[in-house]
Design a protein around this ligand. Structure first.
Ligand SMILES: [Zn+2]
Length: 133
């Protein structure tokens, strides 16, 4: 396992403390790594109108786009203090697919003994929507 994944998981853990999740009480943090070497963070932001809630993963990707990031995603770490192996939802899998060169990007989760556990996006999101002109 790459050392950087431990760092990313730690950053996801730290940013999860900023979560605004008064309805679910399910804080989540994400740290997304780009080919540029830069990392961007996000936490989940809920809303009284539940459907408007934003996941940590999409918040982290939005931060990257807003900061002018132009390279592709290499990996993303996702953490929740409420659940080990906190998987990205379907919407976030589609978002990851949008900003990845291929589906080999890795999803880093907190596995047993708080060690990073890596999955490939292609294994959990094999036939994502693509816009072909
Ligand atoms: Zn999500």
């Amino acid at each position: 396992m790459k050392d950087i994944y431990e760092t990313m998981l730690q950053k996801a853990k730290e940013i999860s403390k900023n979560s605004y999740s008064p309805y679910s009480n399910f804080p989540v943090g994400a740290c997304v790594l780009y080919e540029s070497g830069k990392k961007y963070l996000g936490c989940n932001v809920e809303n009284a109108s539940f459907g408007l809630s934003l996941c940590a993963e999409r918040n982290a990707i939005s931060n990257a786009i807003s900061a002018g990031e132009k390279t592709k995603i290499e990996a993303i770490a996702i953490y929740s203090p409420k659940q080990k192996m906190c998987m990205p939802c379907g919407a976030c899998r589609q978002w990851l697919s949008e900003f990845a060169d291929n589906e080999n990007i890795e999803i880093i989760l907190e596995g047993k003994n708080e060690k990073p556990y890596a999955l490939k996006l292609k294994d959990i999101f094999p036939y994502g929507f693509k816009f072909d002109e």
